[in-house]
Ligand binder design. Structure first.
Ligand code: NAP
Length: 256
């Protein structure tokens, strides 16, 4: 990989990206490898997609492996962390990126759907963080990045469960940052705006997509690589003064 392409070095670090098989997570995994990290690519269903990300990283001379786990299940999340620590010795950077976004009018949201969204998007990061923290605290060093969403900041019709989970992540981030910052572990969040991935691709060329694009000062939807840039910064030593912060790679779609 072209070392000059990575502005923030993660040399010597082990980074786990949950949901690293596709979209934003795949871009983060690839960017972390370009920054010289050893990368654990988490996935739930798409073994082939995860293997393709790992192969791309290895072809370029970096170390990576794929790890299957459903992060909404506490014991699977704990096993994921143990498996990465056994394979690579430790975890320095944890990116809680795995997520789902089924849309439903609020009055139709079933308990099952509510639970699935909350368990994947909010409980998953809690489970993974809680399991990864002991190793980080022992070394008094680590960086955890939560992938929240612009919708966790502004809300969205038919995405109440998703927005609630993503808003919850911001509270979790700040609380964890206060609790663990003094012990050497930084916790921050990235809240992407509408980014072109499998999760959103169908909307790009619709009336709603066109309207959203017009609202962006940047004039273009963010790509997964734009989000990865923000995550890489937060994982790196350059972000030493960032604790409990939210970076917003959203094209200007929401300004704090
Ligand atoms: P995506 O293309 O749909 O990819 C989702 C990833 O999460 C896949 O790797 C998937 O694994 C994994 N995943 C889903 N449920 C999981 C579970 N229970 N356990 C483990 N892994 C699971 O999504 P994306 O657009 O890249 O989104 C990534 C993150 O960014 C999500 O948290 C999302 O909410 C957030 N986000 C996205 C946007 C956007 O516009 N795209 C905007 C704001 C925030 P498999 O491949 O195995 O299915």
């Amino acid at each position: 990989m072209d070392e000059n392409a990575a502005p923030h070095s993660l040399s010597g670090q082990v980074v786990l990206v949950t949901g690293g098989s596709r979209g934003i997570g795949a871009a983060i995994a690839t960017a972390a490898a370009a920054a010289k990290a050893t990368v654990a690519v988490g996935y739930r269903d798409n073994a082939d997609a995860a293997a393709a990300v790992v192969a791309r990283i290895r072809e370029l001379g970096n170390v990576a492996d794929a790890f299957r786990a459903d992060v909404s299940d506490r014991s699977e999340a704990q096993e994921l962390i143990s498996a990465v620590e056994s394979s690579f010795g430790r975890i320095d950077g944890l990116v809680n990126n795995a997520g789902i976004m089924p849309s439903s009018p609020f009055l139709n949201v079933t308990a099952e759907e509510w639970n699935a969204v909350l368990h994947t998007n909010l409980f998953g990061p809690f489970y993974c963080s809680q399991a990864a923290l002991p190793g980080m605290l022992q070394r008094r060093s680590g960086s955890i990045v939560m992938i929240s969403s612009r919708l966790g900041q502004i809300g969205w019709p038919e995405l109440a469960h998703y927005s609630a989970a993503k808003a919850g992540l911001l509270g979790l981030t700040k609380s964890m940052a206060r609790e663990f910052g003094p012990q050497g572990v930084r916790v921050n969040a990235v809240a992407p705006g509408f980014t072109i991935t499998d999760m959103t691709r169908d909307i790009v060329d619709t009336e709603s997509g066109h309207r959203r694009l017009k609202e962006l000062p940047s004039g273009r939807f963010p790509e997964p690589e734009d989000v990865a840039d923000a995550v890489l910064f937060l994982l790196s030593d350059a972000a030493g003064q960032f604790h409990g912060q939210t970076l917003n790679p959203n094209g200007g779609g929401f300004m704090q």
